[in-house]
Design a protein around this ligand. Structure first.
Ligand code: HEC
Length: 272
């Protein structure tokens, strides 16, 4: 509570710096970030702590923890794993992002039901509910790569294919509005109402985005994951719900990750 009462005070004292910062990002988020000053104040850190407990707690029909899950660097190695994802996984013979892999581990190691997990993957849009276990665990694992260079492993042909498929999907107009991702994220300095839209074709802008997910969304009062963003933007396109972990989502995430190649991860991020 103490931390939050400081927000108002800090913003009041440094109103000028809040305004200056606000020129590039949504003013409300800019003020919030400026007030928190450094990321030690990001509320996402509390959610990450809860994710650590969940990661290490046995659950599911097999009563197992996730500590033996292999995110590409060997069973149980989570430090730096997210920084190399999406990547090709020999055991499943497909390219997986962090969330697709986590789903695989919950099913195989813990014996959980994929449909059931997907039904509770994201915190309620009504925002009456706090973060789901899913969002907490994903945020915790990703955070183990904070400060590292984001560079998708591309040595396998299927990884290269995923990037190419993602690029095609990015430009493909679909749905009742004939929108592609590039309609909204293919030019610089565009916005919808007050929300600035990033340009995924610009490597710097792609880097700014991809270095800060999972991200704490101030307006949702929750940590959000990249699979949630894929779902949300398909909604923006008036498309049916996209399946979490589907090859389409992994391809789009691969394309954007490759656009951001070499950026330093700065987690957890913070968004409007
Ligand atoms: C109709 C416009 C529209 C389309 C089409 C669209 N998006 Fe978005 N996207 C948005 C908006 C608006 C936001 C910002 C949401 C906010 O701030 O509330 C956003 C945010 C994002 C973000 C997070 C940006 C950040 O700042 O961290 C990503 C990543 C993203 N979109 C990817 C995609 C992908 C991939 C597609 C295609 C499948 C897509 N979007 C299609 C409107 C769109």
């Amino acid at each position: 509570m103490k931390r939050f009462s400081c927000i108002a005070a800090a913003c009041g004292l440094s109103l000028l710096s809040c305004v200056a910062f606000a020129q590039k990002v949504d003013p409300a988020v800019a003020a919030y970030r400026a007030a928190l000053a450094d990321k030690d104040g990001n509320p996402g850190l509390l959610i990450i702590d809860k994710g650590e407990i969940l990661y290490k707690t046995a659950s599911g029909p097999k009563n197992a923890t996730l500590e033996k899950c292999d995110f590409g660097l060997g069973p149980g190695v989570i430090k730096g794993a997210y920084a190399q994802m999406p990547r090709y996984m020999p055991d499943t013979q497909r390219v997986e992002d962090l969330e697709t892999r986590l789903l695989h581990c919950m099913v195989t190691l813990q014996g959980k039901d994929a449909t059931e997990i997907k039904a509770h993957r994201f915190a309620n849009e009504s925002r009456s509910e706090n973060n789901t276990d899913w969002e907490k665990i994903v945020s915790y694992i990703a955070y183990q790569s904070d400060g590292m260079t984001l560079s998708m492993r591309k040595d396998h042909p299927k990884a290269q294919e995923a990037i190419k498929v993602g690029e095609v999907l990015y430009f493909k107009s679909v749905g009742p509005m004939d929108f592609s991702c590039a309609t909204c994220h293919g030019k610089t300095d565009t916005r919808i109402r007050l929300q600035a839209l990033f340009n995924g074709l610009d490597k710097k802008q792609a880097g700014d985005v991809m270095s800060s997910w999972p991200t704490y969304r101030v307006s949702h009062n929750a940590m959000r994951t990249m699979q949630h963003r894929m779902w949300d933007c398909h909604w923006q396109m008036r498309m049916p719900d996209i399946d979490m972990g589907s090859p389409g989502t992994v391809a789009l995430i691969s394309y954007l990750t490759n656009q951001a190649d070499g950026v330093k991860l700065d987690l957890p991020g913070m968004r409007r």
